[in-house]
Design a protein around this ligand. Structure first.
Ligand code: FAD
Length: 450
């Protein structure tokens, strides 16, 4: 340890290297504790030091020093990932990029930013110029652009623009971990090696993402006597191209009762759909709601946009957050339902598990097709039972991206072959976020290596 700290101090200076146990502890954690499976396994993992990088040059120097000293490097944005992606399993350094937060270029078509720029800050800046982000996670106020690209998938906006793999990353600057780190500029199809890679095959220092023109968003809650009607309504809105939208999230009662800050505005006992649609779409929404015996309830008009807690704060994985705050024994899954027969699948699940599984869908576009993604809330009892539930979902054709593992292969989102090929060429010593890939691609780190 002494040797590498000395080397790192020479490279970055005292003010950029945190060694106190408290700081190391805090910056070695993400939101893995959402999972009762991951919590006991990751709670004691901690980096040996935290490096706060301020520039690309510094990143390159840190990576070269890590190579020389043979120590693992786990990159960190804001640490809001849910699967322990940013937790250093084998110690070494956490390379925190949150200080690399410069917006480098903004046009009508794209934003080019340093990886540590927070999505919330970028969205605010863009809106001031008549643009907005196409997609962002519900953690956008904290989360960084680099962390979203390397650890996330989709979110608000995905109903129109798809997820990260649907053209929502245009270019990335990537540093390799070699004797002399290379600076790669990656575009087009090659980007799939770096999207949702958990930083296992490179450190992304700069990203270019597409933007679209800003829309006056109106937030609406539609309410229904049963979840099936909420789903039918949601599907009708999701597939109605005359309604511009960026959020269509049906939740089964009693999930709305978990939403403490807005619960008084919600109808007790009703399943709900949380929407963000363009101002002027209220008649169309009311007509769709009436077709499914529903009512329009709480509305946040555009004048109140971002002046009060927004509906997106109750969607995507924030739904799970409110559930956990209400009842810590609740956890979640990430599922993909059939684009047409999703109601049949949901019916089978409800029949088998009742209130042990509460339904929460997020309609999105994937490869152009409107699909119901889902983050169902599950009552956690035992590991075996959780995997029994997962097994049943899969047996009826519902795909699961397991959120209770830090292994890239098992979480199952990224493009594995491309990621492994990049790993081989960019990280010959296997020092980037070791332990997150199950497939052996490089020689394990040996302490006797130079
Ligand atoms: P971090 O957690 O810091 O990092 C994520 C991963 O990327 C880690 O493996 C890290 O090592 C790696 N990494 C970070 N930066 C870099 C870089 N520059 N180069 C290489 N590797 C890097 N996710 C969604 O996709 N959609 C959602 O709607 C969503 N909702 C959420 C709601 C809640 C309440 C919570 C707790 C999480 C949610 N997430 C969601 C997960 C997470 O918040 C997002 O994916 C977020 O964008 C991660 O950004 P971050 O800066 O916090 O990344």
């Amino acid at each position: 340890t002494v040797d590498w700290t000395k080397e790192m101090l020479d490279v970055v200076g005292e003010e950029h290297l945190l060694l106190s146990p408290d700081q190391r502890d805090k910056l070695s954690k993400d939101y893995y504790w959402y999972s009762p499976v991951l919590e006991p396994l990751l709670r004691d993992k901690r980096a040996d030091g935290i490096v706060l990088a301020e520039s690309e040059e510094q990143v390159a120097q840190v990576l070269a020093a890590a190579y020389r000293s043979n120590i693992p490097v786990t990159t960190r944005g804001a640490g809001t990932g849910n699967y322990g992606q940013a937790v250093p399993l084998e110690g070494g350094i956490v390379l925190d990029l949150s200080r690399m937060d410069k917006v480098l270029e903004v046009t009508d078509a794209y934003a080019r930013v340093q990886a540590g720029v927070r999505l919330g800050a970028l969205e605010k800046l863009l809106r001031g110029q008549g643009s907005e982000l196409r997609i962002y996670p519900s953690t956008f106020m904290k989360a960084t652009v680099g962390g979203f690209v390397c650890g996330g998938s989709g979110g608000i906006g995905s109903i129109t623009w798809g997820n990260l793999w649907d053209g929502n990353v245009l270019e990335a600057v990537v540093y390799t971990l070699e004797e002399t780190p290379r600076r790669l500029v990656v575009r087009g199809p090659e980007l799939i090696a770096y999207i949702h890679n958990y930083g296992t095959n490179g450190v992304l220092t700069e990203l270019t993402i597409p933007v679209s023109s800003s829309v006056p968003w109106r937030q609406t809650v539609a309410q229904f006597d049963d979840f099936e009607s909420a789903c039918r309504f949601s599907h009708a809105v999701a597939t109605d191209d005359s309604i511009r939208k960026r959020l269509v999230a049906p939740v089964e009662w009693p999930i709305p009762s978990f939403f403490k800050p807005i619960v008084k505005q919600l109808e007790s006992g009703a399943s709900a759909c949380l929407l963000e649609t363009e101002e002027g779409t209220e008649d169309a929404l009311a007509a769709h709601a009436a077709s499914f015996n529903g009512r329009i309830g709480y509305v946040i008009p555009y004048e109140q946009y971002r002046k009060t807690i927004g509906l997106s704060d109750f969607t995507w994985n924030h739904t799970t957050l409110w559930a956990l705050k209400t009842d810590p024994s609740l956890t979640y899954l990430q599922a993909g339902f059939h684009p047409v027969d999703f109601l049949g699948q949901i019916g089978q699940i409800k029949e088998k598990f009742g209130d042990e599984v509460l339904m929460h869908l997020e309609f999105m576009r994937s490869g152009g097709v409107v699909v119901p993604a889902a983050l169902p809330i599950v009552r956690y009892t035992t590991h075996e039972r959780l995997y029994e539930i997962i097994g049943y979902f899969r047996s009826i054709g519902v795909s699961i991206n397991d959120p209770h593992t830090w292994m890239l292969e098992m979480g199952g989102r990224g493009q594995l072959e491309a990621m492994l090929a990049a790993k081989r060429s960019n990280d010959p010593r296997g020092l980037l976020n070791p332990g997150k890939l199950n497939t052996p691609v490089t020689e394990p780190i040996r302490s006797d290596e130079p």
